[in-house]
Write a protein that binds this ligand. Structure first.
Ligand SMILES: [Zn+2]
Length: 280
């Protein structure tokens, strides 16, 4: 009897199922950019924050079905999820301290020549409240051992009349600049997502985004001022310009969310498990 149990135990141990469940889950945090108060870009009555959330939810639902992933999201319709709402209420002072420490730490690195400042692509200045939120997400991601943060955005650029159709289109991904501690792995993850999105969509024709993967030192989302640990990969995807034709009508816009989320999920899966990349 003991021998039978012994054999059974080892058979179980050697099955792929055992290994699948024994492995620690891959933790993904989805950050649909902006929120209901500061909604980013707008074209007609379409707000970027809503587009970001729609796409993020599609992506959430796809990734959630894969047992290897533990997926988190910062927002839902109507506001932040309870987890983040509570975090911001209870950790307000700690987040501010974290932000100031990170900045002071980086300043020290710049002064001592450890970190070299480089020109970065232009971005809208984040409000004080927006910066606190972004540092809060990073602090939470560090503490909760998040493996990857996916920031979801749609693009726009400053022009005289916001209601005209702009001259840029296409997607691109922002990645941590190479001196940042999470740069290498973030870049590999971004490359996988880029390859998938490229199957269906064109890369941005704006000269500073044309490379597809655009390194940046200043975006808090990517861990500027050493605010993300080495193990927290972070990428910021600009899925396209808000006024592009495919986003103008409800049906094509929703189809785009689905297609873009599907391709993003495939990219994330292929990065985390190259051997499974050919599976549907
Ligand atoms: Zn945005």
């Amino acid at each position: 009897m003991r021998k039978v149990l012994f054999i059974l135990f080892f058979t179980f141990l050697l099955t792929p199922t055992f290994f699948a469940y024994a492995e620690a889950p891959i933790k993904i945090l989805l950050v649909p950019g902006h929120d209901d108060e500061v909604w980013g870009a707008q074209y007609g009555n379409i707000k970027e924050a809503d587009m970001n959330l729609s796409l993020a939810q599609e992506l959430f639902n796809i990734l959630k079905k894969d047992k290897r992933f533990e997926v988190y999201i910062t927002r839902k319709w109507g506001g932040y999820t309870k987890e983040f709402e509570d975090y911001f209420t209870t950790q307000e002072d700690e987040i501010l301290a974290f932000k100031e420490n990170a900045k002071a730490d980086m300043l020290g690195k710049i002064i001592s020549g450890i970190f070299i400042k480089k020109p970065n692509p232009p971005h809208n200045v984040v409000s004080k409240g927006g910066a606190v939120l972004l540092y809060g997400f990073n602090k939470w991601a560090n503490e909760n051992k998040i493996d990857a943060m996916i920031h979801i955005h749609f693009n726009d650029y400053p022009r005289p009349n916001k209601w005209t159709i702009g001259k840029y289109w296409g997607f691109n991904l922002y990645i941590p600049e190479e001196q940042m501690v999470n740069a290498k792995e973030s870049k590999d993850l971004a490359q996988n997502v880029f390859t998938k999105l490229k199957e269906k969509y064109v890369v941005s024709n704006y000269e500073k985004e044309r490379a597809g993967l655009v390194p940046d030192q200043t975006l808090i989302a990517l861990g500027s001022n050493s605010s993300l640990r080495e193990t927290v990969r972070s990428i910021l995807i600009e899925y396209g310009y808000i006024y592009e034709k495919k986003f103008r009508t409800k049906s094509t816009r929703h189809q785009a969310y689905k297609d873009m989320a599907k391709l993003t999920a495939q990219g994330i899966k292929s990065y985390f498990s190259p051997t499974l990349s050919t599976l549907p």
